[in-house]
Design a protein around this ligand. Structure first.
Ligand SMILES: *[C@@H]1O[C@H](CO)[C@@H](O)[C@H](O)[C@H]1NC(C)=O
Ligand SMILES: *[C@@H]1O[C@H](CO)[C@@H](O)[C@H](O)[C@H]1NC(C)=O
Length: 439
């Protein structure tokens, strides 16, 4: 293929960069529930779980016998130390019903030293070692919910940081309550029919590029921008910036949602550059799943273990499979001109096309839902997971105290670095030594 052709395609690379200076925007808290719940977590200081979260105070598992009121004095207390996450119930405390029994979830720090307070729960993004409640009490577990990338809190991707905790819910499959598929509503989400190629060819005639790059944060550790610049610049062409068609869509609060107008716009492109903000095993976000939902092929850099989760082994393009941005551009150009080769990337949308049993099983086995009003969300799910573990630990401790010979003391359970599995950052393109100092 002549290099000249490639250049022509790249000149048309539709690049949209909405780079916002500064930290978390104030908009976060104005957007209550609903679609806004899907704003990228690091856009807000407050965790806003999916709208279904309202289901607090109801029994999370139908059929659980309601323990008598007299037992309440003995219930383990789970104290949410991170303030940002709560209240998700009115008042300071709430009885929760879980598989093994009931617990009290509270945010009232006055119960911190109580013998019934068996676990402190932390939200990773808010966690600061300096604010940790010390001294640590021997009878308490520390539980960590950190589904976001370590971009939000580097402390936690280091061994001494993560080992502070006993129970974890993170994006990693190795965590105690794994959330790798936190952005994937289900297999049906992937099977949604793609916008027909003829229709997309029509948009091309109207000036659309084959590749979309939708980006809202710059200068993150995964070094996204340098690669993209290289992808375009290696041909001596200018980066073509394109604005989203309406002001509402330009709003970064909309840019990460399932807004129908936004989805309609995004589905006009055949390829989406999908670059995660951090490179961690099993850390995958809507940047990956949304293009697949829409029938675009993700040109992806993110979780090094992403292949394990793909519907089949021919559904995304991995940037790191190409020795240079130029080679990648050639390949995109090839697919762009060959419908049959392109459509093979969408074969998973056909009946039986999702062949990855690990993916299907993982979706089937998880007890929480993504935007599913019939299932608990993972925040409630994790709370119950901790409740059940603490009930079991407490029972084991009581049995051991009553009869040390027959019942061994429960083993300590400590989180491992694999629960935040992020290799050291590497340059997005080229050698670290070659990056100019001012980059
Ligand atoms: C991947 O695809 C090849 C054919 O391209 C097939 O032979 C192989 O079994 C597939 N592997 C998996 C894990 O699906
Ligand atoms: C929790 O983890 C700490 C270390 O971080 C450990 O000392 C303690 O024994 C663990 N507690 C439980 C209940 O496993």
């Amino acid at each position: 293929m002549a290099a000249g052709h490639v250049g022509a395609v790249l000149a048309a690379l539709g690049v949209l960069t909405v780079c916002e200076a500064g930290g978390p925007g104030p908009a976060a808290e104005d957007e209550a529930g609903g679609e806004a719940a899907w704003a990228e977590p690091w856009d807000g200081t407050v965790f806003r779980p999916p709208s279904a979260l309202g289901a607090v105070g109801v029994s999370r598992r139908p059929g659980t016998p309601q323990p008598g009121q007299e037992e309440a004095v003995d219930l383990p207390v789970l104290l949410w130390w991170s303030p940002g996450l709560f209240p998700h119930f009115p008042g300071d405390s709430e009885r929760i019903e879980c598989a093994r029994g009931a617990c009290v979830a509270s945010r009232d720090r006055r119960v911190r030293a109580d013998s019934r307070t068996r676990a402190l729960l932390f939200y990773g993004t808010d966690f600061r070692a300096s604010e940790a409640p010390l001294p640590r009490l021997a009878h308490q577990s520390w539980a960590l919910l950190h589904e976001e990338s370590p971009l939000n809190n580097f402390l936690l991707s280091h061994g001494p940081g993560i080992r502070l905790f006993n129970l974890t819910a993170t994006f990693s499959r190795h965590s105690d309550y794994p959330l790798p598929l936190q952005w994937l509503p289900g297999a049906a989400y992937l099977r949604r029919p793609a916008t027909p190629l003829q229709e997309r060819a029509e948009w091309r005639r109207l000036g659309y590029a084959p590749v979309l790059y939708l980006q809202s944060h710059c200068d993150v550790p995964a070094d996204r921008d340098r690669y993209v610049r290289e992808l375009v610049d290696s041909y001596g062409k200018c980066l073509q910036n394109k604005e989203l068609p309406t002001a509402r869509l330009q709003d970064t609060a909309t840019a990460t949602t399932e807004d129908p107008e936004l989805l309609a716009f995004l589905s006009r492109y055949k390829f989406h550059l999908a670059l995660e903000n951090a490179i961690c095993n099993d850390y995958m976000t809507e940047k990956l799943w949304r293009p697949m939902h829409l029938g675009a092929v993700p040109v992806y850099r993110g979780s090094p273990s992403v292949r394990d989760w793909m519907p089949n082994n021919h559904s995304i393009i991995l940037i790191d499979d190409f020795e240079s941005p130029q080679k990648l551009a050639e390949f995109i150009d090839f697919l762009d001109k060959n419908d049959e080769a392109y459509m093979k990337y969408l074969a998973y949308k056909q009946p039986g096309g999702i062949t990855n049993q690990f993916l299907l099983e993982s979706l089937k086995q998880r007890e929480w839902g993504v935007n599913d009003p019939l299932l608990p969300n993972y925040l409630n799910g994790f709370e119950c997971f901790v409740c059940d573990r603490e009930l079991a630990r407490w029972d084991a401790e009581k049995a051991h105290a009553a009869s040390p010979g027959d019942s061994p003391a429960p083993e300590p359970h400590i989180a491992q670095p694999s629960h935040m599995d992020c290799p050291a950052p590497t340059p997005g393109y080229g050698d670290a030594a070659e990056i100019p100092e001012n980059d």
